[in-house]
Write a protein that binds this ligand. Structure first.
Ligand code: FES
Length: 233
């Protein structure tokens, strides 16, 4: 199998050490089909065991490996190195979240925002004997929002999240709409109040960057605008 050498320029930073962030370079052979995640795993195994990054599924399901690759937020496990232009691949941590070490960011604030929109079904009627069915027609609006894998890519490209740490962010607001649009949910007004603020749906700049970057095709901006229509008096 043909191989080509590529240089990986990776941002290194450890807040526990008294040193500013810097880039370190590693050269590896890249066989056809190698992903950026596989390249990081090889660099860690063969050249630098101190390199920190996060992953789990390797298959674009767990949402752990979002990072900025050549300046674009992507899932490392779904990005083929040979699909990138240039001889050098620059890798940075996901923006808009604090760095724990190297490419690992602190997801706590992100998950707290997800929890703040009460992402669970709150039906008005008592629980039935069996499951709560929903018709295909009633499910159409909510369904696309269930594809979110909580990778925070949208959060990493959101200009409002970059300047306002209080902003709930596109992922949480998309999750909110997923339940607002669910025909079985009965939280209505109470649910709307959770996001009727500048930290909620009114804070969005409507630049659609979150919707363009989502690796799962979720469109948070669409949900935010639909929620605004419901909040309007
Ligand atoms: S490792 Fe799970 S999404 Fe990339």
């Amino acid at each position: 199998m043909a191989k080509t050498a590529r240089t990986f320029r990776i941002r290194r930073y450890d807040p526990a050490e008294d040193a500013a962030p810097s880039y370190r370079e590693y050269v590896i052979d890249v066989p056809e089909g190698m992903t950026v995640l596989e390249a990081l795993i090889r660099i860690q195994a063969e050249q630098d065991g101190t390199l920190a990054f996060r992953y789990a599924c390797r298959g674009a399901v767990c949402g752990s490996c979002a990072m900025a690759i050549d300046g674009v937020v992507r899932l490392a496990c779904r990005t083929q190195v040979r699909g990138l232009e240039g001889e050098t691949v620059t890798v940075d941590p996901l923006p808009n979240l604090e760095v724990v070490k190297d490419l690992v960011v602190d997801m706590d604030s992100f998950f707290e925002k997800d929890f703040a929109v009460e992402p669970w079904l709150q039906p008005a009627e008592p629980a039935p004997e069996r499951e709560r069915p929903v018709s295909p027609d009633d499910w159409t609006e909510a369904e696309p929002y269930t594809n979110c894998i909580l990778c925070a890519s949208c959060h990493g490209v959101c200009p409002v999240a970059a300047r306002d740490p209080e902003y709930l962010g596109p992922a949480a607001l998309a999750k909110h709409y997923r339940f607002l649009a669910d025909a079985r949910d009965g939280a209505g007004e109470k649910r709307l109040k959770l996001v009727d603020s500048e930290a909620g749906v009114w804070g969005c700049d409507v630049v659609w960057s979150c919707s363009k970057i989502c690796p799962k095709g979720v469109r948070p901006t669409k949900g935010i605008l639909a929620t605004r229509e419901r909040v309007k008096p």
